[in-house]
Design a protein around this ligand. Structure first.
Ligand code: FAD
Length: 427
């Protein structure tokens, strides 16, 4: 990498900001294109919503009013930039997270390198470089720029996924995806079917139960979530067998009528701007073939930050970006194409043996720390601190078991290994 290397970053959410910071730090001339009119990605709240399934993917973010984080802020910071020390709570408001990313961008002087309302519409390789076509969303004009490196940081929570359950077109009531859920009071006196008991399903249930008349929470978890203090107007149901005009029949043969459905059924990974000659296959939430879930094996000057799921996103972005920069800076040489392909195939085979479906090919979950160990061992970069792993032992999956109370616990990191926890109502 020469001092004049040009680097393009697609997206100015947390991953894009992180990539931009390191690209500048490593002496690149870097520009981040962001299609929204502000930075922060997921954490930018807008009132924009839709009814029904049409055009849901045109809504900028899944952020809803009053969202608090489902992870403590102690596992959500970049290693070189802390949350303000006067914040006592650990599970903080989305607006505080957004303010944190804005402060990060200001602190590292990223803003002059970010172009807002610029949508990347095509990325293609050209003579060992990247040709990036952007659309200026204000003037409706196109621009082409050439870069040496490209970081794809377009996020993975923008294109809703819906189950193809029989009868859904017969259903006459309101139906939305959690992506466009905005305000709990919109569900005042409604009878609601929540589909899915992942983070969004559980959290939106928690938001709307004080307003809704009744909530049916339909999920495929083997056991009902063992929530001791579940609200009386929430009734757990197995998955839907088929929909009717005003309700559904569930797998156990029971029926229910409702006026609204909120599909909390996740997202499909889409990267619509990659040209075919990027030599990547993007299908069923898998981007293939990538070395260590981030580097395009056939065009290694392209990388993806943030594909692995069920990780601590901010820690992941920072580790992946530092990992990639070891190669892009010339400090290390990547393995041969054949060796990287073999490594990717080994990883996919190991996942198949564990029974993971292809759409979970980038899942890390509890193994995220093994993944970080591997990135650190390969490149010699600093690993995340042991305190993060120690914290994960007590703060993972809390939304399933202590939905109403888990955010009343706060944490304080003492040193690289230790933390204390306390109840917020304790003096
Ligand atoms: P995003 O934040 O989605 O940013 C991607 C950016 O790329 C966007 O600004 C988008 O406009 C832009 N973009 C996309 N395509 C283009 C294009 N073609 N051209 C230009 N720009 C483009 N994580 C936690 O750590 N803790 C939590 O409590 C937590 N809660 C969450 C709650 C919800 C409802 C959701 C959806 C996610 C939550 N997450 C949480 C995960 C969160 O998404 C990540 O923490 C992180 O913010 C994702 O950052 P990102 O940069 O990868 O993606």
């Amino acid at each position: 990498m020469s001092a004049k290397s040009r680097c393009c970053i697609v997206g100015a959410g947390a991953a894009g900001l992180c990539a931009l910071k390191y690209a500048l730090e490593f002496g690149m001339e870097a520009v981040a294109y962001e299609k929204c009119n502000e930075i922060g990605g997921t954490w930018v709240y807008t009132e924009q919503t839709t009814d029904g399934f049409a055009a849901a993917e045109d809504v900028h973010s899944s952020m809803y009013e009053g969202l608090r984080t489902n992870l403590p802020k102690e596992v959500m910071d970049f290693p070189d930039f802390k949350f303000p020390t006067n914040m006592r709570e650990s599970y903080i408001l989305a607006s505080d997270v957004l303010a944190y990313f804005q402060a990060y961008a200001e602190h590292f002087q990223l803003l002059p390198h970010i172009q807002l309302q610029q949508e990347v519409v095509r990325v293609r390789p050209q003579h060992n470089k990247w040709e990036v076509l952007t659309l200026d969303l204000q003037s409706n004009s196109f621009t082409t720029e050439i870069f040496d490196y490209i970081f794809i940081c377009n996020g993975r929570y923008a294109t809703p996924s819906y189950p193809q359950t029989e009868g859904i077109d017969l259903y006459k009531g309101h139906k939305i995806h959690s992506h466009v859920f905005r305000k709990a009071e919109s569900f005042k006196d409604a009878t609601v079917l929540m589909v899915g008991a992942g983070r969004s399903g559980m959290d939106i249930t928690h938001h709307i139960y004080p307003f809704a008349k009744r909530i049916y929470l339909s999920h495929h978890l083997q056991q009902k979530p063992p929530i001791t203090d579940f609200m009386p107007n929430v009734i757990q149901k197995p998955v839907v067998e088929r929909y009717t005009a005003d309700g559904a029949i569930f797998k156990d043969g029971t029926q229910a009528s409702f006026t609204h459905i909120i599909f909390c059924t996740g997202y499909n990974l889409t990267i619509p701007f990659l040209s075919a000659d990027c030599n990547l296959h993007v299908h069923d939430n898998l981007v293939y073939p990538l070395y260590k879930h981030c580097i395009n094996i056939y065009h290694p000057t392209m990388c993806f930050i943030g594909l692995p799921i069920y990780a601590y996103p901010i820690k992941l972005f920072d580790m992946q970006t530092r990992f990639v920069m070891q190669y892009y800076s010339g400090r290390l040489q990547l393995p041969s194409t054949a060796d990287m392909l073999a490594d990717t195939e080994r990883d996919l085979a190991e996942r198949r043996e564990r029974g993971l479906p292809r759409r979970k090919a980038h899942l890390v979950g509890e193994r995220q720390f093994d993944y970080y160990d591997e990135l650190a061992a390969l490149t010699g970069i600093d690993n995340i601190k042991p305190v993060i792993k120690n914290l994960s032992k007590i703060c993972s999956g809390k939304f399933l078991y202590e939905l109403q109370n888990y955010r009343k616990t706060a944490f304080k990191v003492i040193d690289e290994e230790n933390f204390v926890q306390f109840k917020l109502d304790e003096v």
